[in-house]
Design a protein around this ligand. Sequence first.
Ligand code: ZN
Length: 248
Amino acid sequence: MSPREYLTSLLADARRAVVFTGAGISTESGIPDFRSPGGIWSRMKPIYFDEFVASEEKRREAWTRTFSGTMRWVGAKPNKGHYAVARLIARGRATAVITQNVDNLHQESGVPVSQVVELHGNASYATCLDCGLRHELEVLKQSFLGRGEIPSCRDCGGLVKTATISFGQAMPQNKMERATQETLGCDLFIVLGSSLVVYPAAAFPLMAKENGAKLVIINREPTEQDDFVDLVIHDDIGPILSAAVPPD
Ligand code: ZN
């Protein structure tokens, strides 16, 4: 059986698959991998959570980055890989998408919000750090660019930040617990576009494997966990997954 045929057969047999995605699925939508050489963190310093909270200057810098499009999150569209994942969810083959991405593209491709577990948050909106109220970026952008106002909460006056998990900010405990539950409940764990170097997120594939699930990795580059898998394919995700989960 060829790797592609084996992938199709594993997906056909799955009853409770879990999909785990990293930057590699979104590079196919034109979003750069921040951690790669030439990626954004090799060109500009990340702003740590404590700096954001402590310094108005850092907050201004963070919002300038957000609204100048430096991060290239805005305007990207889901690609074939995202849509194939959405079909796995819609057909009841997969129960959840655990993602390291903050680009909202799984939701945009049609995966219900309740089935996306965002380990690093979401960059497409902002929240109040004090009361949690959601703020839309378009509204904040107007007062920031128009009047130079650094976003604050319209309800409680607290600091507002994009809903991402910043460097130096704790991983959200409820998301980690949900991801663990999904991982332990799955019969097939599919890694898409992650080099599996960032812990604790990178622990999930082996957790699934040790719990008896099949493990598949599709990633352009070799990963730390290639030796432990049932199937590894080093290629682009969109064409491979789309062929294995074709549209109706
Ligand atoms: Zn608030």
